[in-house]
Design a protein around this ligand. Structure first.
Ligand SMILES: Nc1ncnc2c1ncn2[C@@H]1O[C@H](COP(=O)(O)OP(=O)(O)OP(=O)(O)O)[C@@H](O)[C@H]1O
Length: 669
C-alpha cells in the first residue's frame, strides 16, 4: 500500500530529525549548565539573572523531554502507523476527506494537517460510532455532519500490512474473535483498534463527574477505564496530569498487569494504590500492624460464625457510621477534662475554657480542637501584652493544654467505642504488640477522621476505583471524604468475594451525590461461549450477551489423590511455543495454593507462585488463589474446587471460571 510506505518513510525521516534535535538539545543543556556554574557568582545580587537562567534551563530540559516522548510514540507508530480509515464527506462537499486513525497524531510539521489522527481526536469518533452512511461527530466548533462513504480496518505489524479491508459494519465480531483467537498477551492489551460503540461512549464521556460502570466479567471494564484516562489526558492536557490520576487497584500484581497500557498509548503512567495500604499508613501512629482484605476472605472461605459475620458486616455498613456519630456526641465528655489555667499573669478560667472548647471552636474536630484553642489563647496573650511568646513558652502551654485530654490515643478511644457497642474489645497492650483485624481497620480510620479531620487528597484530579464491588459502604464514605475529584468507578456485583453479592450502585448516589451516572456493560468478550455459560450456572445469572466464540467444553473431573490431579494438570497444560502463553491453577485458599505450588515445583521448575506479596505477573504456569487472580486472565485455567460447596466457594469458582480465555477445567479430589 502506497500510503503506508509513504507514512513509514516520513516517520523514519521525522525520527532522524528528532534524534538530531534531541542531541542539539542535550548540548544546549550542557552548555547552559556550564555557563551557569561559571557565572553564577557574578550574577546580580537580587537573583533575577539567577532565576532567568534557571528558568531557561528548565524550559530547555522540558522541551527535550517532550521531544523524547514524541519520538518514542513515533517509534511505536513505525510498527503500526494506523489501524483505521474513514472517508467522510462533510455536508455540502462533493468529495470525501480521508482520515487515517492511529495511536497518535502524526503530521510532518507542527501545525500542518495530520496525516494520521489520534484515536482520541474528535473526528476519530466516526470510526467507532458509525457504520457507512450518515454520521456526525462533536468538534470543538460544534457538531460536524456528513456521510461516511467508506470505512477501512487494517492490521499492520513491523511496518507491513497484515490485512486491510473495507468494512461496512462497525468493528465486527469476526475481528474481535481473531483478536482472541491468537493467544493472549501476558498483560492487558490496548484495544484502540477494536473499541466497541458502547465502550466508546464511556471512554469519550466528559459530561459526568462520576461514572459508575457495572459490567459483566470480561466486558472490558478495566480496559475501558484505562482508555478513558488516556482520552481525558489527551483532551485536558492543560489541567489534567497523569500524576493527578490515581487508580485504586486491588494489589501489585494487578497494577503490573495494567501498567503498560498508558505508556503504550503515549501517556505517562499514573499512580496506583491499594486502599488497605493507605489505611495502614493512616493508622500507623495507633497500630503498627493490620490485617488486610485477604485475611478476611480466607476467614470467609474457612467458614465464619454467623455472629462474627454479622459483626463484620455491621462494622462496614452505614449503621456503623450512625453508631460512630452517636458515640462522638457522648465521648467528648470522657475525652476532655477542662481546667482553668494561669500563665504569666493571664488567667483562663474553667468557664472560659468551656466556652472556647465547646462553643467557639465546636466545628473543629475534637482532637484537633485544643490546638485551635492554644492558638487563640497565644494570639490573645500576644495582642494584650504586645509581645511574642518564645517557642519554649508556647510548647509549655501546649503541654498543659494537651494534658486536658484524658487520652489522644486513637486505639484506646476506638476501644471505648467497641465497649459502648458491646463488641469484643481490642487487647489493651503497648503499641508494639497491637494488631488490628480487618473488620476494625476502616471503622478505626473513620473514627480517626471524625476525631482529627480528613487530610483531603486534593492533588488527585481523577480517581479510578476498580473492582468496585469489593468496597463497603464505609469505605466509599471514606473515599468520599478524601476525594472530591471526578471518578470512574467500575466493577461487577457477580464477582463479589463474599457469599452475598454487593451491589454498590444502590448506595453510591447517597454517598457521592447526584452527579453520578451509572452505565451497564453487558457484552462479555473474554471467555468462550462454553466457559461463560458454565460460569453463569455457578451464580445463577441471567444471560448477558456473549461474543460468539466457541472452544472446548468445560471439563469437570474428580481425582483419587493430589498426585493424580497434579500429573493430569501437568500433562494437559498447554504452555509452549505451539500452545498457550499463560495458564493457571487457581485455588480457594492461600494454604492450598502454596501446597499445590510446592508439589508442582517438585516435578517442574516451570511454574510461578503469586501471593499477596508478589508484584509481577508472567508468562507460563501460575499457581495462585482466586482472589489474587481477580482482574487477570489466562489462556487456560484449572480451578481446584472444594468438594463441599458453600455460597462463598461458588462465588470463588465463578471468579476462577471467568479468568479463562480458552480452556477451563474444574478439578476436585
Ligand atoms: N473492544 C475490545 N476489543 C478487543 N478486546 C477487548 C475489547 N473489550 C474487551 N476486550 C478484551 O476482553 C478481555 C477482558 O477485558 P477487561 O479485563 O478489561 O474486562 P473486565 O470487565 O475488567 O473483566 P473482569 O471484571 O472479569 O476482570 C481483555 O482481554 C480485553 O483485552
Amino acid at each position: 500500500m502506497k500510503f503506508l510506505e509513504e507514512i513509514v518513510r516520513k516517520l523514519k525521516r521525522k525520527i532522524v530529525q528528532m534524534d538530531q534535535e534531541i542531541l542539539a538539545g542535550q548540548k544546549d543543556i550542557e552548555s547552559m549548565h556550564e555557563y551557569y556554574w561559571e557565572n553564577y557568582t557574578e550574577m546580580d545580587q537580587y537573583g533575577y539573572e539567577d532565576y532567568d537562567n534557571q528558568q531557561a534551563l528548565l524550559q530547555r530540559i522540558n522541551a527535550n523531554q517532550d521531544t523524547l516522548r514524541l519520538r518514542s510514540r513515533y517509534k511505536k507508530m513505525l510498527d503500526s502507523p494506523f489501524f483505521g480509515r474513514v472517508d467522510f464527506r462533510y455536508d455540502g462537499d462533493d468529495e470525501p476527506e480521508i482520515f487515517y486513525i492511529g495511536i497518535g497524531n502524526f503530521a510532518e510539521e507542527a501545525g500542518r494537517i495530520p496525516l494520521i489522527y489520534d484515536w482520541r481526536a474528535p473526528v476519530s469518533a466516526l470510526f467507532y460510532d458509525f457504520d457507512k452512511g450518515e454520521a456526525s461527530y462533536e468538534a470543538p466548533a460544534g457538531r460536524m455532519c456528513g456521510e461516511i462513504e467508506a470505512k477501512w480496518q487494517y492490521k499492520i505489524r513491523r511496518g507491513k500490512m497484515v490485512y486491510g479491508f473495507e468494512s461496512d459494519v462497525k468493528i465486527d465480531d469476526e475481528i474481535l474473535k481473531q483478536e482472541f483467537g491468537s493467544n493472549s498477551d501476558i498483560q492487558l492489551k490496548n484495544i484502540v483498534r477494536t473499541i466497541q460503540k458502547e465502550q466508546n461512549a464511556i471512554i469519550r464521556n466528559t459530561k459526568d463527574k462520576i461514572l459508575v460502570i457495572q459490567g459483566a466479567a470480561g466486558s472490558g471494564k478495566t480496559s475501558v477505564a484505562l482508555h478513558r484516562i488516556a482520552y481525558l489526558l489527551y483532551h485536558d492536557r492543560k489541567n489534567l496530569k497523569s500524576s493527578g490520576v490515581l487508580v485504586l487497584s486491588p494489589n501489585s500484581v494487578f497494577s503490573d498487569y495494567i501498567s503498560h497500557i498508558l505508556p503504550e498509548l503515549g501517556e505517562e503512567n499514573i499512580r496506583e494504590m491499594s486502599l488497605d495500604l493507605f489505611a495502614y499508613r493512616e493508622l500507623k501512629s495507633a497500630v503498627p500492624d493490620c490485617e488486610d482484605r485477604y485475611h478476611q476472605i480466607e476467614k470467609n472461605i474457612a467458614g465464619i460464625k454467623e455472629d462474627d459475620l454479622s459483626r463484620y458486616r455491621f462494622k462496614q455498613s452505614k449503621e456503623l457510621i450512625g453508631a460512630v456519630e452517636g458515640f462522638m456526641a457522648q465521648m467528648e465528655e470522657w475525652l476532655v477534662n477542662l481546667k482553668g489555667i494561669y500563665f504569666r499573669g493571664m488567667e483562663k478560667t474553667e468557664e472560659e475554657m468551656i466556652r472556647l472548647f465547646y462553643f467557639k471552636f465546636q466545628d473543629v474536630p475534637v482532637l484537633a480542637r485544643m490546638d485551635a484553642v492554644i492558638e487563640y489563647v497565644v494570639d490573645e496573650y500576644e495582642t494584650r501584652y504586645s509581645m511574642t511568646l518564645s517557642e519554649e513558652d508556647v510548647e509549655k502551654l501546649r503541654t498543659r493544654f494537651q494534658a486536658m485530654y484524658t487520652t489522644t490515643d486513637l486505639y484506646r478511644i476506638y476501644n471505648w467505642f467497641l465497649e459502648e457497642q458491646h463488641f469484643p474489645k481490642l487487647p489493651e497492650v503497648p503499641y508494639d504488640r497491637r494488631y488490628l483485624e480487618y473488620e476494625d481497620v476502616f471503622p478505626m480510620l473513620y473514627l480517626k477522621y471524625r476525631l482529627l479531620g480528613v487530610g483531603r487528597q486534593d492533588q488527585i484530579q481523577h480517581l479510578v476505583v476498580d473492582e468496585m464491588q469489593d468496597y463497603s459502604y464505609l469505605q466509599y464514605t471514606i473515599l468520599g471524604l478524601l476525594f472530591q475529584c471526578p471518578m470512574t468507578i467500575l466493577g461487577d456485583r457477580s464477582q463479589t468475594m463474599e457469599e452475598k453479592q454487593n451491589d454498590v450502585t444502590r448506595f453510591l448516589p447517597q454517598i457521592l451525590g447526584k452527579q453520578l451516572r451509572k452505565i451497564e456493560m453487558n457484552k462479555s468478550y473474554r471467555n468462550t461461549v462454553e466457559i461463560a455459560e458454565y460460569a453463569r450456572t455457578l451464580v445463577g445469572m441471567d444471560d448477558a450477551e456473549l461474543l460468539n466464540r466457541h472452544g472446548k467444553a468445560v471439563a469437570e473431573r474428580e481425582y483419587g489423590s493430589k498426585e493424580e490431579m497434579i500429573s493430569h494438570i501437568l500433562e494437559h497444560v498447554k504452555i509452549g511455543p505451539e500452545g498457550y502463553e499463560t495458564a493457571a491453577v487457581l485455588t480457594m485458599t492461600e494454604a492450598e495454593a502454596r501446597e499445590w505450588y510446592e508439589m508442582i515445583r517438585k516435578k517442574t521448575d516451570q511454574v510461578h507462585y503469586i501471593d499477596r506479596d508478589s508484584s509481577r505477573f508472567g508468562r507460563g504456569l501460575t499457581v495462585t488463589t482466586f482472589y489474587m487472580a481477580k482482574g487477570l486472565e489466562f489462556d487456560q485455567v484449572f480451578t481446584v474446587a472444594h468438594k463441599e460447596e458453600t455460597k462463598m466457594t461458588r462465588q470463588a469458582e465463578y471468579i476462577c471460571a471467568t479468568r479463562a480465555l480458552h480452556e477451563l477445567e474444574v478439578c476436585r479430589i
